[in-house]
Write a protein of this length. Structure first.
Length: 118
């Protein structure tokens, strides 16, 4: 059974930074192609950033240049470094994993809340 546990959310002022982490456990998911998503109140879920099968980091438009996705396979951990945070980054952030690099994300964490005040 795959389990993803996020941590690191909190409240920060605009311009600040946070680093989220996601520890994965269990078998069957691909550690190399995980990603981060977010959902703000009243909005659709949005892709934040993910790692593709070539090891590249792919980002959604609103976070490009400010957020960085990285991983530490030895710790089974995915990270999201968020810099220069803006109030519009306020959302619940979710870690996601999948069985392979070409399929849908089918494993999700419980989410961690990020709140950015102006």
């Amino acid at each position: 059974q795959v389990q993803l546990v996020e941590a690191g959310g909190g409240s920060v002022q605009a311009g600040g930074s946070l680093r989220l982490s996601c520890v994965g456990s269990g078998y069957g998911y691909n550690r190399n192609c995980m990603g981060w998503f977010r959902r703000a109140p009243g909005k659709e879920r949005e892709m934040v950033g993910y790692l593709d099968n070539y090891g590249n980091s792919i980002y959604g438009g609103p976070v490009k240049g400010r957020f960085t996705v990285s991983k530490d396979n030895a710790k089974n951990t995915l990270y999201l470094q968020m810099n220069n945070l803006k109030p519009e980054d306020t959302a619940m952030y979710y870690c996601a994993a999948r069985d392979n690099c070409f399929g849908p994300y089918n494993y999700w964490g419980q989410g961690t809340q990020v709140t950015v005040s102006s």
